[in-house]
Design a protein. Structure first.
Length: 332
């Protein structure tokens, strides 16, 4: 698999993590053996539904269902961040109707600023005007005039957005769009809710973004599949066996260029927009999978790595502790 392991922080730094994983596997195997002898008395709940234009699947060990609480939490996230709901908080801020933030928006603003700074602006929640202009948003027809692209660059730049207490100052003409982090943040909100109710074994997945804890119903680590995307120029996803990650805690988010493209004047463009150029980024990374503690953070970095490409992404990863942030970059 070309480039599959290249995104992992240097192998010499992962030795301790390998031993840790082996230890975790031994513990979980022992747990599974004990459950087999004593009988697994855990009760499992499963919830699924539609949200944010995608689907969610949640599995957790608990005596009762928390479906109503989960749905309420997902609704709170949607009512805060959805740009398709004109009454959401972000929509009203974009329209200039309010400058007040709730606790959800403030938390995501802080996470976004950290990733924005760490990646040199590759992750930028103000990039929406360029996304629309290239025909990947609500607009049906892209506007590709050079002067239009140049003017868009004046409306992009997260460093221009100020936080003053619980108020947000958004420069005139700029808009916010947290679509590249909101799903991951929603996963985190549901995971926290479950932990607050004493749940020690769960898997929360929304549109492919995942956070998990403990062991699965078989008493083994959760298995997360990472599928290799098609080569550049292929029109369909080939049938491939996924690379499996065995995990007992953490979050996983993946971003890729292979499922959202447009052909304009005979040229195919990917939906990954570079905020610094206001244009589609021709990246050598086909997909970026990030593994860390919080799904919102993983979501944001996965988007940034698609913009940065393999070499620059690895520079970011080299500055990190491999126990806190690592990535699988699949390069062309």
């Amino acid at each position: 698999m070309s480039g599959l392991m290249s995104g992992l922080v240097k192998s010499s730094r992962n030795g301790g993590k390998l031993y840790m994983l082996i230890a975790v596997l031994i513990v979980c195997i022992a747990v599974a053996a004990g459950l087999a002898l004593l009988g697994d008395s855990r009760t499992w709940q499963e919830e699924s539904g539609a949200v944010f234009g995608t689907e969610y699947h949640i599995k957790y060990s608990a005596e009762k269902s928390f479906a109503s609480l989960i749905e309420a939490e997902l609704k709170r996230v949607d009512e805060t961040f959805s740009i398709f709901n004109p009454r959401s908080l972000v929509s009203r801020i974009n329209a200039g109707e309010t400058d007040s933030m709730n606790s959800l928006l403030r938390e995501v603003m802080v996470i976004s600023r950290v990733v924005f700074d760490d990646t040199g602006g590759a992750f930028d929640p103000t990039v929406r005007p360029a996304v629309e202009a290239w025909g990947f948003g609500k607009a049906a027809t892209p506007e590709l005039r050079p002067e239009r692209i140049d003017s868009l660059r004046q409306l992009i730049g997260f460093q221009k957005v100020d936080i003053l207490g619980n108020r947000l100052r958004l420069p005139r003409g700029m808009t916010l769009d947290f679509g590249a982090i909101a799903k991951g943040y929603a996963v985190d909100r549901v995971a926290r809710l479950l932990q607050e109710h004493g749940v020690e074994d769960y898997m929360v997945e929304i549109g492919g973004e995942i956070r998990l804890l403990g062991c699965n119903p078989d008493g083994n680590p959760w298995q997360v599949g990472i599928v290799k995307p098609p080569k550049r120029g292929e029109d369909r996803l080939p049938e491939l066996q996924p690379e499996l990650l065995s995990m007992t805690s953490g979050a996983v988010a993946t971003s890729g260029n292979y499922n959202n493209t447009r052909t304009i004047e005979g040229r195919r463009f990917s939906h990954t927009i570079n905020p610094l150029t206001a244009s589609p980024q021709l990246s050598d990374v086909l997909s970026a999978t990030v593994i860390t503690d919080e799904c919102a953070v993983a979501d944001a970095y996965a988007t940034a790595f698609m913009v940065l490409g393999k070499e620059k992404s690895e520079r970011v990863l080299a500055r990190k502790d491999s126990n806190s942030l690592r990535a699988i970059l699949i390069a062309d």
